[in-house]
Ligand binder design. Sequence first.
Ligand code: ATP
Length: 130
Amino acid sequence: VEETYIMVKPDGVQRGLVGEIISRFEKKGFKLTGLKLFQCPKDLAEEHYKDHKGKPFFPKLIGYITSGPVVCMAWEGIGVVASARKLIGATNPLNAEPGTLRGDLAVQTGRNIVHGSDSPENGKREIGKI
Ligand code: ATP
């Protein structure tokens, strides 16, 4: 069955949004199969965002992701990878539709509260790292 990796980023944890984020995925009908509160070390953050290495925002992105604990989760269900991305909404919260997590709960790309894997392969790979 398909699996995805969902991570509540440090701002989502600090703002007390973990329950609401979990609730959206539960209500949709997906199954929570793993959960861990985790302080992401710098090397793992750099590995997770390696596609962005060299971009101007990369150092800030690594500083953000390592700034406090994150909540790492594995979710499973039919079509969960693409569906979770839809529930999360566009990368820039100002472009995210109302009804999505980022559309309802965030305003800045650099503080966009939650990550979801972009493919089933990356879902498995990211779950395997934590
Ligand atoms: P994520 O991988 O976190 O789920 P995404 O797949 O929607 O996000 P990506 O384009 O892969 O978006 O960017 C990864 C993350 O890098 C974004 O979620 C955001 O936190 C950060 N980021 C991307 N672009 C910018 C930017 N221009 N300024 C600041 N941060 C950015």
